[in-house]
Design a protein around this ligand. Structure first.
Ligand SMILES: *Cc1c(COP(=O)(O)O)cnc(C)c1O
Length: 390
């Protein structure tokens, strides 16, 4: 096919997307002013769609730690971890993370997407099986599809549907994998029930705590929230670009698990290590998560305030106790339009549409952050009422 013919085909497909209101476009951030205000197209907007739940991406101490480390180590790691890229900063961060989440070891990955891919592919083969919640993050689904093990998707948070599928399976080993906090819904998987079920059926439980670490249980994450021991969740994964405000991800587990990943996780082995300065910044932000408890308290106040007011206003909020507060609209065109109207009012709230979420469940995904003020939440509620209820 010639380049012209290819473009013709692609343009047809793009036009179809546009007609369905599913076309995706990036908005260019020109700068980040104080707190939670972003500059786009020379306008200042209050950001209600970032995952920087604690405001650590702009914390002066974290910035300073990053700058100091750049001066010491330069900007790049220069190689993969197993060649010459594994610095004392990466190593110290792995030890700090393992201790914080209560596991013997932790292993850094460049992104959460890669961590999920690395773990699932290193541990499972064609004679095994993966059972995943239907609303799991795309990275878990892609990881499972890439592996040779079949993927069985159970109904959202439905333990009996999971059990039905597990009973039918004659797989050698079974892994149950779930988002701990569902990224587009904000609700929680019942980790204590899943842990109990996994133990009973000799399945391995893996949780993805991308939106739990730094947020739930004053930052300690889903295990502490559910009071589940590390032994009952043998594979714990979380990301470092959300509440921790920087970049990257890690897997925590036993000595044997981490050593296995170092041998076999291809997305760990065949890629350049994170810049050491990222690791240094992360060690600083991990300390702040533990020390600056005011951030957690304020975030919780904002969540409670938003939930109460949204209910009173009869906004179609979803059942979430986390900083992820989606407002279900349904229709993609309407959701896009509402998001545009909010933009006009100085509010940046992203419209989440299929295939990121199931058909007819397009929504506004509002995320709250410790850097927001009550006045900003009031303004958001006011505008939501105007564009949705009115
Ligand atoms: C964001 C996210 C990831 C991917 O992490 P990145 O570091 O952004 O690649 C994985 N799982 C969940 C649940 C997420 O929300």
């Amino acid at each position: 096919m010639s380049g012209i013919a290819l473009d013709k085909l692609l343009n047809t497909r793009l036009q179809q997307r546009q007609a369905q209101f599913l076309y995706r476009q990036r908005k260019i951030v020109q700068g980040v002013a104080d707190r939670q205000s972003y500059q786009l197209a020379n306008r200042t907007l209050i950001n209600f769609c970032s995952n920087d739940y604690l405001g650590l991406a702009h914390h002066p101490k974290v910035i300073k730690a990053f700058q100091d480390a750049v001066n010491q180590y330069g900007v790049g790691s220069g190689a993969a971890h197993l060649i010459s890229g594994h610095s004392i900063e990466h190593h110290a961060l792995e030890e700090a993370l393992a201790e914080y989440v209560g596991y013997p070891r932790a292993l850094l990955f460049s992104t959460g997407y890669m961590a999920n891919q690395g773990v699932i592919n290193a541990l499972l083969d064609r004679s095994d099986a993966i059972f995943g919640d239907r609303l799991n993050h795309a990275s878990l689904i892609d990881a499972a599809l890439l592996s040779k093990a079949p993927l069985y998707r159970y109904k959202h948070n439905d333990l009996s549907d999971l059990a039905r599928q597990v009973v039918r399976s004659d797989a050698r080993y079974r892994m149950i994998v779930t988002d701990a906090v569902f990224s587009m819904d904000g609700d929680l998987a019942s980790i204590s029930q899943l842990a109990e079920y996994a133990k009973k059926t000799h399945s391995w439980l893996m949780i993805d705590d991308a939106h739990g670490l730094g947020v739930l249980a004053k930052g300690q994450g889903s295990l502490v929230y559910w009071q589940v021991s590390a032994q009952d969740v043998p594979i714990y994964m979380a990301t470092l670009g959300k509440a921790l405000g920087v970049f990257g991800a890690f897997v925590a587990g036993s000595e044997a698990l981490i050593e296995t990943l170092i041998q076999d996780a291809r997305s760990y082995i065949y890629t350049t290590a994170l810049p050491p300065a990222i690791a240094a910044a992360l060690r600083c932000s991990l300390q702040i998560v533990q020390q600056e408890q005011d951030r957690h308290t304020h975030l919780q106040t904002l969540i409670d305030y938003f939930c109460r007011a949204a209910k009173q206003l009869e906004l179609p909020v979803m059942p979430s106790l986390t900083p992820i507060q989606p407002i279900l609209i349904g229709d993609s065109a309407k959701t896009t339009m509402i998001s545009e109207q909010l933009l006009q009012k100085g509010l940046w709230v992203s419209a989440i549409r299929p295939p990121t979420v199931p058909k007819n469940t397009a929504r506004l995904r509002i995320t709250l952050s410790a850097t927001h003020t009550i006045e900003q939440i009031d303004y958001l509620l006011d505008c939501l009422q105007q564009v949705i209820v009115a």
